[in-house]
Design a protein around this ligand. Structure first.
Ligand code: HEM
Length: 375
């Protein structure tokens, strides 16, 4: 395969995977229904996860992602104002400066690693500044993130413990010295006239830190992977950079950096003629839904002009990704600046692509490219 470790199964009916004890769901309609129908498919895990059986320090308390209505809305609202398209648009000048500074470091070398030199430092710096944690801790964040998304390993457990202690310390610092950042705002926020507990704040901050960096880092990586695999698409966006946003949407559809958003079935139901029972785990497979031929003509063609393109990579319904405007803006700016500063972008072909070890995230560990600088 062009993309090692990536094998969606579009159009298949749901089946029960006995080894993992979960239902896997592939069809677009069914995936959409699982994501949307929270009265049957719940996000509340009671500290349990289908892949990862133990609860742990950073996520001991629930956050919006592990809540159903009506609580979900109240908790989501606390962070939502920081992520509206309008608020996010104000970050544009800062994102442009970060991208230029990162490219300044490599522009004379004629080669770079898209992940190490651009997409990771960009996404972690933006989310760290927004939250209010030092971007200089980014190597530590990277280790925690990669370990966390392995989900089932002892390293994943360890990462959550360490993340929990880290944010406990960060909360105490922010209480002593309030800043103009999201953590300070969350410390003062109230639901039904109550402040959030430390456990709730730690869980929310950990969610934003983890969700805000790995997903976007791999979106930018996967975009360059797709453009390398489909040189015609690269020529099209060079000729017309206005196509960058739709090339990003097509990357989200074609090679999504997030693969599933687990649910717990809480009421017996029928799906794809299968009987799903309360208490069983259900995994809607986003990459498979995105290749469903009944929604996407020629689903295996990477078509940057595709319209409509209603991929499910940011989820669907009440849990629709809060960070979507940020992910879209960061990747758009990164690609625009890459194209203005670099010609002849080529993947270093003799280096084997190594997929990240994760049942949830798809991306590559490193993506070396060569280029020539524009004058
Ligand atoms: C939710 C994907 C970037 C924060 C989600 C969900 C998906 C997703 C599939 C739904 C999960 C569910 O239904 O259970 C992605 C992808 C991204 C991305 C593919 C980038 C390419 C970000 C960024 C942030 C973020 C940059 C920044 C903070 C969140 C949060 C939720 C969420 C807080 C939970 C929303 C809720 O439960 O109401 N994301 N995400 N994501 N995402 Fe993202």
């Amino acid at each position: 395969s062009l993309f090692p470790g990536f094998a969606p199964m579009p159009g298949q009916p749901a089946f029960y995977n006995t080894a993992r004890q979960t239902w896997l769901v592939f069809r677009y309609d069914s995936v959409q229904r699982v994501l949307q129908e929270y009265t049957t498919f719940s996000n509340e895990r009671g500290g349990l996860d289908p892949l990862q059986k133990k609860s742990s320090s950073a996520f001991e308390r629930p956050n919006m992602l592990s809540m159903d209505p009506p609580r979900h809305r109240q908790y989501r609202n606390l962070a939502a104002s920081a992520f509206t398209p309008r608020t996010i648009a104000k970050l544009e000048p800062r994102i442009i400066r970060i991208v230029h500074a990162l490219l300044d470091r490599v522009i004379d070398r004629g080669e770079m690693d898209v992940i190490d030199d651009l997409s990771y430092p960009l996404s972690i710096t933006v989310i760290a500044e927004l939250l209010g944690v030092p971007a200089s801790d980014q190597e530590q964040f990277r280790r925690w993130t990669e370990d966390f998304f392995q989900i089932t390993t002892p390293e994943a457990q360890q990462a959550q413990q360490e993340l929990g202690s880290y944010f406990q310390h960060v909360l105490e610092q922010h209480r002593r010295e309030p800043q103009d950042d999201l953590i300070t705002a969350l410390l003062n926020a109230e639901i039904d006239e109550h402040k959030l507990t430390d456990g709730e704040l730690i869980s929310l901050c950990s969610l934003i830190l983890l969700a805000g960096n790995d997903t976007t880092r791999n979106l930018i990586g996967n975009l360059l992977l797709c453009l390398d695999a489909f040189p015609l698409a690269m020529e099209q966006i060079r000729a017309n950079p206005d196509l960058i946003p739709s090339a990003i949407e097509e990357t989200l559809r074609f090679l999504p950096s997030v693969h599933t958003a687990p649910r717990l079935c809480i009421a017996d139901t029928e799906l794809d003629d299968q009987q799903i029972k309360a208490g069983q785990w259900v995994m809607p497979m986003l990459a498979s839904a995105n290749r469903d031929a009944s929604y996407f003509p020629d689903p295996d063609v990477f078509e940057i002009n595709r319209s409509p393109n209603r991929h499910l990579t940011f989820g669907y319904g009440i849990h629709f990704c809060l960070g979507a405007p940020l992910a879209r803006l960061e990747s758009k700016i990164a690609m625009e600046i890459l194209l203005t500063r670099m010609h002849d972008i080529k993947r270093v072909g003799n280096i084997l692509l190594q997929p990240l070890v994760s049942p949830v995230i798809y991306g590559v560990r490193h993506l070396p490219i060569t280029f020539t600088r524009t004058s």
